[in-house]
Design a protein around this ligand. Structure first.
Ligand SMILES: C[S@@+](CC[C@H](N)C(=O)[O-])C[C@H]1O[C@@H](n2cnc3c(N)ncnc32)[C@H](O)[C@@H]1O
Length: 223
């Protein structure tokens, strides 16, 4: 998989959205490793990336996997940057919506779900003090949204996990990036108890951090 070009991003864009880093590239590498499974077995109808930032990941999926590609981000600027990234990388086509996690997504509609979340362990106040009030645009001052994860770096991740059954279609799969401090083994236990299949799909040591891609699959109901 060729990495989508983001050379169109201006310095102003990069002050307002998350610049792709090792975590973004690990998620891309995981998708590349599983490309055959995605294309030949999963054959998703709908792929959704939560928190698309620059759009590098969902644009890559849109280029290599035939499906409807959607993305959300809580940051309106990230949404417009994602749209530009897709249009700069034809034939990628991505529909982008500003929203919190998956608030407006139809139940059990997502076959392929991707999330590189805000995972850094921070004080919870760091999250609440940066909360977006209605209608207020996120700016460079609150880029904290891109990384601050609260206690165990799990505040946003756990909200998603609690709603996963409602989001994923039967047989649907989530690729989730987490950090060692987010307690990946505990996450796997939690999803297994909820009836999902969960595994560490990839891991990588980078300076100062240890990153994992968890692959979580909603099992198909036996008919
Ligand atoms: C670590 S960045 C990842 C950006 C991009 N996906 C990548 O891998 O380069 C996390 C992204 O999630 C977005 N985000 C944080 N909290 C969110 C929420 N509750 N709902 C939707 N997006 C959120 C941030 O604005 C940011 O763009």
């Amino acid at each position: 998989m060729e990495t989508p070009s983001i050379s169109h991003l201006t310095s102003e864009d990069l002050e307002n959205v998350y610049e792709p880093a090792e975590d973004s590239f690990l998620l891309l590498d995981a998708l590349e490793k599983d490309l055959e499974y995605l294309r030949e077995e999963l054959k998703p109808k709908v792929c959704l990336e939560i928190g698309s930032g620059s759009g590098i990941i969902i644009t890559s999926v849109a280029k290599y996997v035939q499906c409807l590609c959607l993305s959300t981000d809580i940051n309106a600027i990230a949404c417009s940057v994602t749209k530009r990234t897709a249009s700069e990388n034809p034939p990628a086509s991505v529909d982008t919506i500003q929203m919190n996690l998956v608030d407006g997504i139809r139940k059990n509609s997502v076959d392929l779900l991707l999330f590189n979340p805000p995972y850094v362990v921070t004080e919870d106040e760091e999250l609440t003090s940066s909360k977006m009030s209605d209608g207020q645009e996120i700016t460079s001052k609150n880029l904290v949204y891109t990384w601050a994860g609260g206690e165990n770096g799990r505040r946003v991740i756990d909200v998603l996990l609690n709603n996963l059954d409602d989001i994923l279609a039967e047989g649907g799969v989530l690729y989730l990036l987490v950090l060692k401090e987010n307690k990946p083994k505990e996450i796997i236990e939690i999803v297994r108890k909820k009836g999902f299949h969960g595994e560490v799909f990839m891991e990588r040591r980078i300076p100062g951090e240890y990153l994992y891609i968890l692959k979580i699959v909603k099992k198909k109901l036996c008919k």
